[in-house]
Design a protein. Structure first.
Length: 682
């Protein structure tokens, strides 16, 4: 059996897939104070529902927000930084730009290392070699000084250590010798391996500051899992691949986007089963909404992104996040306008309608008042909704805004949807992609409630709602493959590069990435980042290596790399310069172990009998709609206006939308007008 558990801001989800491809699910409220407690509760519940034992589980994959939440809340370790003399303040100087250009009072986040914990080491290297050797006695004296400061973690980021890491390694050995195992050490040459000293230093500091907390959490979870009879968990990385507990504990920065990455994997699995290569996905949970894109059957990745205003120079799936979740709080701004988020009611106390003491109006409260959630049908996790509490919370805001109750509730939903529309457009329109050419896949507990409205605004005609949409992140964890990534900045003249030199560089990185896996890789990808000399940023040229293929495809040669880069530059910027010098800046290698092949099946149960309720779809005007309680079997048809109360989420089908359920339990909806138009064309 395959087990996936995802910890979200509001709920913790578990998915268990048995040998017959049956999917068993569970959802329990998250326990922010002790997140592992919620994990074990979800595991025990899903095992109980599957009538299985912990010993039946052959693989346990885990995604969480521990590192992310710690960063956002400032719960980081006391961290020291060792940098080359003259460069200790690089994390403070940063790039001298402002994230909010016209907000002169908005300050950048404070560095995670204060001035008094920044230490200079007398050494210097260039890209070509060592300029000033590091004296071992001076290094030992420096480490002794650091020990007196009593840090919990130390980040080591020396100038040009991506090319010459020997000084960092010397310091790492001395830190381990003099400070012991109780102090975590992060070396930039091991973690990042690429140039741009600010981003590399900031990433290494972030890794050091978060790793002690994550290590404590993962060790406790591994211990509790063993006591329960489970195998040791594998941990989801931001890249969408799994790694072992030891590697994740040593490098917490790899897991900052652990939770959202699981959802991307689940969406990709179901998109492939539906034979769709272009899918726009959004995961709307209780706290936020994460948007990603499946383009030509693959999810784009990035090696440079920002988390809470801090750069992260590590491989990550390209996910855009906005603060629009079911628990996002609605409020009136100083100008009298209705706003939603980014503050969230979270898991404790949660929305007002949860009956746990929450007083603020949220998107969930608004959906309940509009009839889109049911107060006589508990949500997943056993949460029974209190309509009176929702009326009181939304009513107070309605009076502030001088609005009717239902009009205010509908306004809350529309404002939240506007935030999500902005995120969906960032991933499509702002990148030159037409969203009408994509299907829309909602997931998360709240996603299917808003899918058809968002699709209508974007003129998307196809919506597919997974049966396990409310726990799709956990499903993606169960389907994920172990992965290891390695990167090195090489700064080579691409035109003068010989095939032998390129092969040597590539082979070394592939071997290092493959060696980090417990099993031989079944897939290897090499990403070459190139630029015209004098440019500041690079474009990637990728190639897939198939270790088991016979015969193996020939790897790219330098001339082919240059041609591919020029073509990519032409596509991106509209021109190419065949006379300009080209630099091969960085090479990245990624290796994957085998992943389980999932083909989840839907239960062939009778179509549930619908009852009739009043639901507000638009203009604060309730209309009669069919409400289905429970899962719909394969082949079942559904037409709006309707509401499907699924196991862990709720699907809203407005008038004009209709569809049916496929063999995997996914509900495919099409807009009537678009469907008729396509029928006439065919």
């Amino acid at each position: 059996m395959l087990l996936g558990v995802d910890v979200g801001g509001t709920f913790t989800d578990a998915v268990l897939i048995d040998a017959h491809s049956a999917v068993h699910t569970a959802k329990v409220p998250s326990t922010p104070a002790h997140e592992s407690l919620g994990v074990l509760q979800a595991v025990q519940l899903v095992l109980q529902r599957a009538r299985a034992h912990a010993s039946d589980v052959t693989r346990f994959a885990h995604g969480m927000t521990v590192a992310t939440n710690a960063l956002l809340e400032g719960r980081t370790a006391r961290t020291a930084l060792i940098a080359t003399a003259g460069f200790t303040d690089v994390i403070q100087l940063a790039r001298q730009n402002r994230a909010h250009l016209y907000d002169l009072c908005r300050a950048a986040p404070e560095p995670l290392v204060p001035h008094e914990l920044r230490f200079a080491t007398p050494e210097r290297t260039t890209p070509d070699g060592v300029l000033q050797p590091l004296d071992p006695n001076a290094a030992r004296t420096l480490v002794a000084e650091i020990a007196q400061a009593q840090p919990q973690a130390v980040a080591v980021a020396l100038l040009h250590s991506y090319a010459h890491p020997q000084h960092e390694r010397m310091l790492g050995e001395l830190l381990a010798e003099l400070l012991g195992d109780d102090v975590h050490v992060s070396l930039s040459s091991e973690l990042v391996g690429t140039f741009r000293e600010f981003e590399r230093t900031a990433t290494t500091v972030l890794d050091a500051a978060l790793s002690p907390l994550l290590s404590t959490y993962l060790r406790a979870l591994a211990r509790d899992s063993r006591q329960l009879g489970l195998v040791e968990p594998l941990v989801m990385q931001s890249s969408g691949g799994l790694t072992d507990v030891a590697h994740a504990s040593a490098h917490a920065a790899l897991t900052v986007l652990s939770g959202p990455a699981g959802g991307v994997g689940g969406a990709l699995t179901l998109a492939r089963l539906a034979r769709l290569e272009r899918v726009l996905c959004f995961d709307m949970g209780g706290t936020s909404c994460d948007v990603c894109l499946i383009h030509r059957g693959r999810v784009p990745e990035t090696a440079e992104r920002t988390i809470a205003g801090r750069p992260l120079s590590l491989p990550a799936l390209d996910i855009h996040t906005v603060g629009a979740g079911g628990g996002s709080i609605a409020w009136r701004d100083q100008g009298g306008a209705l706003r939603v988020g980014p503050a969230s009611a979270g898991a404790d106390p949660g929305p007002a309608c949860y009956g746990r003491g929450g007083q603020e109006p949220t998107v969930t409260d608004a959906n309940l008042l509009l009839g889109r959630l049911l107060d006589d049908s508990p949500l997943a996790g056993g949460v029974t909704l209190d309509r009176r509490a929702a009326e009181a919370a939304v009513g107070r805001l309605a009076r502030e805004l001088d609005m009717e109750l239902l009009a205010c509730a509908e306004g809350i939903v529309r404002v939240a949807e506007a935030e999500m529309l902005g995120a969906l457009r960032v991933m499509t329109v702002e990148r030159g992609l037409d969203p009408r050419h994509y299907a829309l896949m909602p997931f998360g507990g709240a996603g299917p409630l808003h899918a058809c409205a968002l699709a209508t605004e974007l003129r998307i005609s196809h919506v597919l709602c997974p049966r396990a949409s409310g726990v799709l992140c956990a499903l993606g964890l169960a389907a994920a493959a172990p992965r290891r990534d390695v990167a090195r900045t090489v700064l080579l003249d691409a035109r003068a590069l010989t095939p032998e030199q390129l092969h040597q560089q590539r082979t070394a990185l592939v071997a290092e990435a493959s060696g980090g896996l417990a099993a031989p890789p079944v897939r290897v990808r090499v990403r070459h980042e190139l630029r015209y000399r004098g440019q500041s940023f690079e474009l990637p040229v990728e190639e897939e290596l198939h270790p088991s293929a016979h015969p193996r495809p020939a790897p790219l040669e330098p001339r082919e790399l240059c041609d591919a880069f020029a073509a990519a530059h032409q596509q991106r910027y509209g021109y190419r310069d065949d006379s300009a010098d080209i630099e091969l800046v960085t090479i990245r290698a990624s290796a994957w172990s085998p992943a389980p092949e999932l083909r989840p099946t839907a239960a062939h149960t009778p179509t549930p009998v619908a009852d009739i309720r009043r639901i507000v779809f638009a203009n604060a005007d309730p209309v009669l709609a069919a409400v289905f309680h429970g899962e719909l079997p394969p082949g079942a048809a559904i037409a709006g206006p309707a509401l499907c109360a699924l196991g862990e989420s709720t699907l809203l089908v407005p008038p004009g939308w209709a569809g049916e359920v496929d063999q995997h339990g996914t509900i495919h909806l099409h807009h009537h007008d678009d469907h008729d138009h396509h029928e006439r064309e065919s």
